[in-house]
Design a protein around this ligand. Structure first.
Ligand code: PMP
Length: 439
């Protein structure tokens, strides 16, 4: 089947299709089907935008009913019944049970737009310009988000300086963990340090693109205490790790911290429909009306599926959360078996955002290529794409989780035995040319 139109007309910027050149047509749950009849098991989940799988039937029904009744689809930020239902469900099933009194701001419908809004809001509130971000962070591709992103190739795409950001070591970046936040604490407290107090610190609790580094709960608590002590706002970017990925709705719940600002996107609509929001402490809501606006803040189709997802999965007294934790346990057991095949390989991540770090940076890419040959979609992560990253749907049936893990084991054994065929070598060399893994 031809891929000519993509290759001749679509920009060179395309990336995932270089590793997975199938032309996908239909999808349901954790299975996708290509136009040539091949079926694929999905351990990728739209980079975290499909936490409940493809075309989840109850979400689809709600969407079809809404469309069939001529429900308003586009509404900027005017009031709609769909938005009212979403906000009510979000308050009832997410905010209130967690004791959060944050307000909700709908931004443009991408993760990077919610990060831009969060950075602006922190600067508006504090009157300060600086922001502290962490090594290997990924926050998006627009200029503000790129300024707090680590990866040099992505930063170089900006074409302009990316100022006003200081990078600090993420948990585990330095070999000596006792280093902690002592440098930030000293410099913020010392008016002669040359480092001004920033407006905010922005952090991912698990670095989804940066190599599945998972911060320890103590580290996050220490960061919160440090920020509070110096009047610095704490932004948690939960675009990828949120919406249940790590086993709780927000990834920071395990640490027991309360960020001032939270960024959510990807799976908040539950259906892969674009939507993003920022949660902000009420006293931070200093926006002038329209000061951060955008045409697509009222994606009612996404409100409808998002409401259905909250009502189905997050109103059940914790049953779903426990099932995610259990699947996370099964995933980490399977990944440990993969890691055991390679000396020096280690498991990374948390919940259903987990993977294997290999000492040979090429191995993860080759295993992902061999998995694709075996009809499993799995991506890589990390500065050199050295981490095999498994991100199945949160509701994947255990037998499909098992099936995917067996494919990963088989793919790893095949690569180690040098049985990597021509096709995966081709995929690999295309990836190298683009030097773009994942995001
Ligand atoms: N923040 C994090 C933590 C992400 O993982 C991503 C996307 N991978 C983004 C922000 C940007 O989201 P988007 O691609 O929707 O702009």
């Amino acid at each position: 089947m031809s891929t000519t139109i993509f290759e001749s007309l679509e920009s060179n910027v395309r990336s995932y299709c270089r590793s997975w050149p199938a032309v996908f047509e239909t999808a349901r749950g954790s299975r996708l089907h290509a136009e040539d009849g091949q079926g694929y098991l999905d351990f990728f989940s739209g980079a975290g935008a499909l936490n409940y799988g493809h075309n989840e039937p109850d979400l689809k029904r709600a969407l079809i009913e809404y469309l069939a009744a001529d429900g308003v689809v586009h509404s900027l930020d005017t009031y709609t019944t769909a938005k009212r239902r979403f906000l009510s469900a979000f308050e009832e099933h997410v905010l209130r049970p967690r004791g959060l009194d944050h307000k909700v701001q709908f931004t443009g419908p991408t993760g990077t737009n919610s990060v831009e809004a969060a950075l602006k809001l922190a600067r508006l509130n504090t009157g300060r310009t600086g922001v502290v971000a962490f090594t290997n962070a990924f926050h998006g591709m627009t200029l503000g988000s790129l300024s707090v992103t680590g990866n040099a190739m992505k930063r170089n795409g900006a074409g302009v300086p990316l100022p006003f950001v200081t990078t600090a070591p993420y948990d585990g970046y330095l070999e000596d963990p006792s280093w902690g936040f002592s440098w930030l604490a000293r410099t913020w407290a010392d008016s002669s340090s040359g480092m001004e107090r920033p407006a905010a610190v922005i952090v991912e609790t698990v670095q989804g693109e940066g190599g599945l580094n998972a911060a320890r709960a103590e580290w996050l608590r220490e960061l919160e205490t440090l920020c509070r002590g110096h009047g610095v706002l704490l932004i948690v970017d939960d675009v990828q790790a949120g919406c249940g990925r790590t086993g709780t709705f927000f990834s920071f719940e395990e640490a027991g911290i309360t960020p001032d600002i939270v960024c959510l996107s990807k799976s908040i609509s539950g259906y892969g429909l674009p939507m993003a929001l920022v949660l902000l402490r009420p006293e931070l809501d200093v926006w002038q009306p329209g000061q951060h606006n955008g045409t697509f803040r009222g994606n009612n189709a996404a409100f409808v599926t998002g409401t259905a997802a909250l009502e189905k999965y997050w109103a059940d007294g914790g049953t779903f959360e426990r099932s995610v934790v259990e699947r996370g346990r099964l995933l980490s057991e399977g990944l440990a078996r993969v890691a055991a095949l390679v000396e020096g390989a280690t498991c990374r991540g948390r919940g259903l955002l987990a993977g294997v770090h290999f000492p040979d940076p090429d191995l993860a890419k080759r295993i992902a290529g061999a998995a694709y040959e075996r009809n499993l979609l799995v991506e890589t992560s990390g500065p050199q794409s050295e981490v095999l990253k498994a991100m199945p749907a949160l509701n994947i049936p255990p037998e499909e989780l098992h099936e995917g893990l067996e494919i990963l084991l088989d793919a790893t054994r095949a690569v180690l035995a040098g049985r990597c065929s021509h096709a995966s070598a081709r995929v690999e060399s295309r990836e190298r040319m683009s030097s773009a893994s994942g995001y």
